[in-house]
Design a protein around this ligand. Structure first.
Ligand code: ATP
Ligand code: MG
Length: 360
């Protein structure tokens, strides 16, 4: 069986370092491993519209931002197909058929949807499109027969829902769809990177992000203002590293060579943590170190972005070509799905002959 990857992001803003460690960095590694037959990276504009119906301009403006972030992180259009969801009408059609395979109560139980409804204060006014977005995500994944979906932890329930739809479809209509596996980051800190405010998750919707395209000054300012341990008031106080965003970021980003380069009093992160917990290590020193680590990671991304920013029409062209290639694949899957469902009346000569017989 071919090894195929599908993943993507909502164009609701620029991408942040949570996306980077949760999914983006891994995608680039998988792309360059040469182990995958096809890689599809989708800008999920249709999904973003499910909770931004009154602000389509936001989505329209952010498509290019996400594309620039992709390219600057090293996604390579000659190796990966970068495309825009709404340009592939087959995805909508697949969703429509899958809707019949999912119950309302099953959707209501989806923990990610539940959490997002709370976060968006939808309460009783949940848009139907938003409520059903796990189904459209199943369409996205299955249209490309993806075997692997590298995402952050919040997406686990989505992939589970997709797997259920695949099993149901294949058992009702016959084998046509592939059950995908999920690929989560190995590093625990990257599963759900917290925001700079220490709140649950860095998220475009929560205004607690360090963006990949932030200037070095902005990154530094955000790090220096970051949430740490609220009880660590004086340098000599013992501090907590658990739930302390600065240390979670160091878990996610720091490597032993960073200590050699920037903080040679310590051999590794563990030693730094022990000192912090014992007392006598100030937040500012740790934050300054984190700043150097993060700047080193972000600098090449910034430089590549500047290059791509010089030719924006070319970036749109990359997305157009990617969308054309993606549409061909989705069209094949849709044709297969409709054949299995026997919604292919005009090519079904048995049906036509049978009906003719009946009326003879
Ligand atoms: P929105 O607020 O619009 O939902 P978002 O910041 O949650 O935006 P998405 O586009 O929903 O971003 O997520 C894209 C991908 O990035 C998903 O695979 C998701 O799991 C991953 N991801 C998002 N935020 C984080 C995070 N803080 N830590 C790890 N992975 C993340
Ligand atoms: Mg999200």
């Amino acid at each position: 069986m071919s090894k195929i990857i599908l993943t993507g992001d909502r164009p609701t803003g620029k991408l942040h370092v949570g996306h980077y460690v949760g999914s983006l960095k891994r995608r680039v590694e998988l792309q360059n491993s040469g182990e995958y037959d096809k890689i599809f990276i989708m800008i999920a504009d249709a999904q973003a519209l499910t909770d931004n119906a009154d602000n389509p301009e936001k989505i329209r403006q952010n498509i290019i931002e996400v594309a620039l972030d992709y390219l600057s992180c090293g996604l390579d259009p000659t190796k990966s197909t970068l495309f825009i969801q709404s340009m592939i009408p087959q995805l909508t059609e697949l969703s429509f058929y899958y809707m019949n395979l999912v119950t309302v109560s099953r959707l209501q139980r989806n923990p990610t949807v539940k959490a997002e409804i709370l976060m968006r204060n939808f309460e009783t006014s949940i848009p139907v499109g938003f409520f059903t977005y796990p189904i459209s995500q199943a369409a996205d994944i299955t249209a490309f027969k993806a075997t692997l979906v590298p995402v952050g932890e919040d997406q686990l329930p989505m992939i589970e829902q997709t797997r259920e739809i695949v099993r149901k479809f294949n058992s009702v209509y016959g084998e046509a769809l592939v059950e995908p596996d999920v690929l989560l980051p190995d590093n625990k800190a990257c599963l759900r990177l917290p925001g700079t405010d220490g709140k649950s998750k860095m998220s475009k919707s929560l205004n607690n992000c360090i963006y990949l395209s932030d200037t070095p000054e902005d990154v530094k300012k955000k790090i220096m203002g970051m949430y740490t341990d609220p009880d660590h008031l004086r340098v000599e106080d013992p501090g907590k590293v658990e739930g302390n965003s600065v240390f979670t970021y160091l878990d996610a980003f720091s490597k032993p060579e960073h200590f050699e380069r920037y903080l040679s009093d310590y051999n590794c992160l563990e030693e730094l943590k022990v000192h912090y917990m014992r007392g006598g290590l100030g937040d500012v020193k740790v934050k300054k170190f984190l700043n150097l680590v993060l700047q080193e990671e972000l600098e090449p991304i910034r430089l590549r972005r500047k290059e791509y920013e010089k030719d924006i029409p070319e970036v749109y062209n990359i997305l157009k070509k990617g969308s054309e290639a993606a549409e061909k694949v989705a069209a094949e899957t849709l044709a297969d799905v409709k054949r299995k469902m026997k919604i292919n009346y005009f090519e079904d000569m048995d049906l036509i002959n049978e009906q003719a017989q009946k009326y003879r």
